[in-house]
Design a binder for this molecule. Structure first.
Ligand code: CP
Length: 323
């Protein structure tokens, strides 16, 4: 499970149905009994780490959490490197040893926001996939966060039913550039589910061109945040960095300064929606991305959305490893 690319709407629906069975308590199976799953975190996490650990436990399994450079050795992923600098172990050995103990490996490896052309290829995640003979589960890479986007689709389904909705993914101002895995995966999954997708961002903050092409013709892209909110059923806020400024954080910070206070989800914008729900993957900066008034309102579903990470990931694990 590297991304949802290639998944049909029916496959996503089936996964959501499985997640809902886990959530309702209708499925209490233990397909991971006696099995261990490795969770490798190059970056911090609350939701992904806790929900994966709990989910693996609830499926009868054992989670092995590793943090390269912290609780395990520093890792090199490039091929042919003379490892005479700061990296102690190569992914080639790390993965092939780990899979002698574990039936799957989850990996979190964010973009460093230094080199867009390189990072858009997800080099670290792909190095894991190259050497692994067990399933690799993407726990958020430079380009994709499928566990999040599938939980997001489950949340929309739960809150608004199965019909097509006007789903708005809006960029929001944040003091520093962030990776674009969440918006990429959310946009992809929303399009796969047949929603009317609107992506709103300031000029220069386009998502990956190749990814946009996979969304199909029905996606609307706008630089007008006010127009985007009108009639929306779902507002999904996220900040991300400009591809133009990968490697130049200060330039991105200077460029985005003009959007502070305008590209924020507030009560006035929400009042122009079709009674939209407010979504965010979390963690979120209050009164930067979204006002207290919105995130604390009945429109906000962010805690249910975070809970659904647990149920969706159990469905993913059961689907991958339950046979
Ligand atoms: N949404 C999400 O992935 O949260 P964490 O970074 O806390 O795992």
């Amino acid at each position: 499970m590297i991304s949802t690319i290639g998944m049909s709407r029916e496959q996503i629906e089936k996964l959501i149905e499985s997640a809902l069975r886990f959530k309702r308590g209708d499925d209490v199976s233990k397909p991971l009994a006696g099995k261990s799953v490795a969770l490798v975190f190059f970056n911090p996490s609350l939701r992904t780490r806790a929900s994966m650990q709990v989910g693996i436990y609830e499926l009868g399994g054992n989670a092995v959490v590793l943090e390269p450079g912290g609780t395990s050795w520093t890792l090199e992923h490039r091929e042919g490197t003379v490892m005479d600098a700061d990296k102690t172990e190569h992914v080639a050995e790390f993965v092939r040893v780990l899979e002698r103990y574990c039936v799957a490996i989850g990996v979190r490896t964010f973009a460093a926001l230094k080199d867009w052309q390189e990072e858009r290829t997800d080099p670290v995640l792909n190095a894991f996939a190259k050497y692994a003979s067990v399933p690799i589960i993407n726990l958020e890479s430079a380009m994709h966060h499928p566990c999040q986007s599938l939980a997001d689709m489950m949340t929309i389904r739960e809150k608004l039913g199965p019909s097509r909705k006007r789903v708005v993914l809006t960029w929001a101002w944040h003091p520093k550039p962030l990776p674009m895995a969440v918006p990429n995966s959310f946009a992809l999954a929303a399009a796969q589910m047949g929603h009317d997708l609107v992506i709103a961002h300031p000029p220069g903050y386009d998502l990956d061109e190749e990814l946009i092409k996979t969304l199909g013709a029905s996606v609307e892209i706008t630089n007008d945040i006010d127009a985007a909110f009108t009639g929306a059923d779902v507002i999904y806020a996220k900040s991300w960095g400009s591809k133009e400024f990968y490697g130049n954080t200060d330039q991105d910070i200077a460029r985005r300064a003009q959007y502070r206070g305008k590209w924020i989800v507030d009560e006035e914008k929400m009042s122009r929606t079709n009674g939209a729900i407010f979504m965010h993957c979390l963690p979120v900066r209050r009164n930067v991305i979204v006002t207290d008034g919105v995130i604390d309102s009945s429109a906000s579903v962010v805690i249910d959305e975070a809970e659904n990470r647990l149920h969706v990931q159990k469905a993913i694990l059961a689907g991958l490893l339950g046979g």
